[in-house]
Design a binder for this molecule. Sequence first.
Ligand SMILES: [Zn+2]
Length: 177
Amino acid sequence: MGARSEAPNSLEQVRTFLNTWRIPNDTRVATDLLAELIEDDARWSAELPGMTGSRSLPELTSLREELRGALGQARPDLGAALRRHPLIALVGSEAEGEPPIAHLPVDDNAAGRILGIVVDALALGRWDRLKACPDCQWVFYDHSRNGSRTWCAMYAESPQGRACGSIAKMRAYRARK
Ligand SMILES: [Zn+2]
């Protein structure tokens, strides 16, 4: 089994969005790519094709923070985000893997569309499978059978594998000595 980290269907775009902030292992400095992504129409459409509508940096930054705080939880409190971005329920597309009911923002904007996909993922029992690595904060989708994956680099041989899990294990090993 490889280290698959991609989330199913449109939830993958939420993961891409959340990963516009992280702490790369090589620099160890928190990096925020959201502002430049918002300004770049071509990149936004390529990386977040479903997140159409207006884009506001303060709104998207707040939402990203709230959603990161809600990672791994089956019943997160999204009340504040839902008040800012009310959703309507529609019978969704017949695309495979997409839910029969989809949630879209009343006011068409990217933040509301992201929130709608999060709500759909909650309904499908998938949201709590999105987790942030405790070390580099990189968000991955936990495909493990029992939902026990913690580190982004659980499988170090993977192309996107970072050193986080092994660094933590080394720290624990040194602490014991
Ligand atoms: Zn990591």
